[in-house]
Design a binder for this molecule. Structure first.
Ligand SMILES: [Zn+2]
Ligand SMILES: [Zn+2]
Length: 515
């Protein structure tokens, strides 16, 4: 399992992660320009050039300048760049009001801490889509029971990140954070905490289904609590477990509450035993300075050992990926010698590669080079502009190669930036199940690819899943535990996830694929 290191890190990440990143950023570029950074594909250098040359510091001004061709005079800003900027701005509008799971998690953490530490607080929990580990959320919901709602509300609106108070009362207080996220705090009596927490956790579909079940059992269930059909006084449930018990159901974890069969499964006592942090034994999909990582091999290995992992799978980019310093044959040999030299470390190091899937579906090395690796992660990086049938054929062809162990980020999506390339995910999953190729849940917060809905299909088909860190730095190793909510949302159990297996079992699976 994973020890104290990871748990501590999560605490730190949740507590300080974004704050520190934000501070570094504000030191390098002036505050008003930060808004421009939200435009996908526009980096600090270009923003600075635009500001220095044209004095533009807002998104609407930049859009107008692109449309008028005012950027033409600037070196490095051709028509194509300007079109891309405009496209990026359009996408921003499209995604306005939506936030990534990790962003919301980071924003919620300091607020929860303030509430937890308030002397009047009895119980507090995040609710809503964030508690359900949705990959995208629109706001943050928090439910709290306390002895002094007025004092708690006042402390809440005083939180450092709050820029606007939308409403303040003894039942509900809403604020806006600097990121644009709205946070709704519901203040309740402690005896109704569990039922109200359940209600505001949702989802809507789950609640509708549970309400129907309640009616059939002679109860009314709504946002005020659980009531006997003919009574006004709510029934007190000490915990959510108690509420599910009254409904004659096993306890349903928040991540599963999507109205996608969990109530039937809870009724039949066949809910999955969801994967937990302590199940993770190894970290796969790790880059080093041998391709585009920022830490070298020995640093990544030591960091994984520090975090309590029993093994690490190194997978730098392959030779065609020139833009990320892909590895030539001689680089591979050198890296493998270094790995062998680390042999007495307390952690096992697997030799792997993130191998580009070339345009026709071939892998990026000859078979004799591929044979040097313990495992091969194959992935599409470019080109991406293909029709669905061609892309699907290309990927399945790569999966059919006996060297292929894992298919990384199967759709190439970037959350709130771009949808994936067109691909027949069902066909990919069927091929994975049939060929024994492992499907990745890429833990990079912008990817979370494959999507949990499809991962659940993968699970149902009997395909194995690998939670890939896609680590390019030491701190990226901690993507792994943070993505567990998504894995749980896909109903994944530990045995269905490769990196919960012991190193020897992984080795065996790798061998089965390569020989
Ligand atoms: Zn990749
Ligand atoms: Zn990668």
């Amino acid at each position: 399992g994973v020890g104290k290191g990871v748990a501590e890190f999560i605490g730190q990440y949740i507590g300080h992660g974004s704050a520190e990143a934000y501070r570094t950023l504000t030191e390098t570029i002036p505050e008003p320009l930060l808004d421009l950074l939200r435009i996908p594909g526009l980096g600090t250098k270009k923003i600075k050039a635009i500001y220095d040359t044209l004095g533009i510091s807002s998104i609407p001004d930049l859009a107008a300048a692109c449309e008028d061709g005012r950027l033409d005079q600037m070196p490095g800003f051709g028509t194509k760049t300007q079109q891309n900027i405009l496209k990026g701005i359009e996408r921003l509008d499209h995604f306005a009001g939506q936030f990534r799971y990790d962003v919301a998690l980071t924003a919620a953490a300091p607020l929860l801490e303030i509430l937890q530490q308030h002397p009047a607080t009895q119980r507090v929990s995040v609710a809503g889509s964030l508690r359900r580990a949705k990959e995208i959320v629109k706001d943050i919901d928090i439910v709290i029971s306390c002895t002094d709602p007025t004092a708690v509300s006042a402390a809440f609106v005083d939180a450092p990140d709050v820029v606007d108070v939308i409403g303040q009362g003894d039942r509900k207080t809403s604020v806006q954070l600097a990121s644009g996220l709205q946070v709704d705090l519901r203040l309740v009596d402690d005896e109704h905490f569990a039922t109200i927490l359940h209600h505001f956790t949702g989802s809507k579909d789950h609640n509708v289904q549970l309400r129907t079940r309640a009616l059939a059992r002679g109860f009314r269930l709504n946002e005020y609590g659980l009531f006997p059909a003919d009574g006004e006084d709510p029934i007190v449930c000490a915990s959510e477990e108690g509420l599910f018990e009254v409904m004659e159901l096993d306890y349903i974890a928040p991540e599963m509450r999507e109205g996608l069969g969990e109530i039937d499964a809870a009724h039949d006592h066949c809910l999955p035993r969801l994967i937990q942090q302590r199940d993770l034994r190894g970290v796969l999909h790790v880059h080093t300075t041998d391709s585009d990582g920022t830490a070298d091999l020995s640093q990544m290995v030591a960091a994984a050992a520090d975090r309590g992992y029993e093994y690490i799978g190194i997978s730098d980019h392959s030779q065609s990926a020139g833009y990320v310093y892909g590895m030539k044959a001689e680089d591979i040999q050198r890296q493998h010698e270094q790995i062998d030299a680390l042999a007495d470390e307390k952690i096992h190091v697997f030799k792997g590669i993130e191998c580009d899937i070339l345009e026709e579906g071939q892998l990026d090395y000859d078979d004799d080079v591929l044979g040097l690796f313990d495992f091969v992660i194959c992935a599409v990086h470019k080109p991406l502009n293909m029709d669905e049938a061609t892309m699907t054929r290309r990927i399945i062809k790569a999966m059919e190669h006996p060297a292929t162990t894992i298919l990384a980020h199967p759709t190439g999506r970037r959350l709130l930036e771009r949808s994936g390339y067109p691909v027949d995910v069902d066909a990919i999953l069927e091929a994975a199940a049939e060929l024994g190729v492992v499907i990745e849940l890429n833990a990079q917060p912008r990817r979370l690819d494959l999507d949990w809905r499809s991962l659940r299909k993968a699970r149902d088909l009997g395909a194995l899943v690998s939670i890939g860190a896609n680590a390019h730095s030491v701190t990226d190793l901690d993507h792994l535990p943070r993505v567990l909510g998504i894995a749980r949302k896909a109903w994944l159990e530990a045995p269905q996830v490769l990196n919960t297996w012991e190193a020897t079992a992984c080795q065996e699976l790798f061998r089965r694929r390569t020989t």
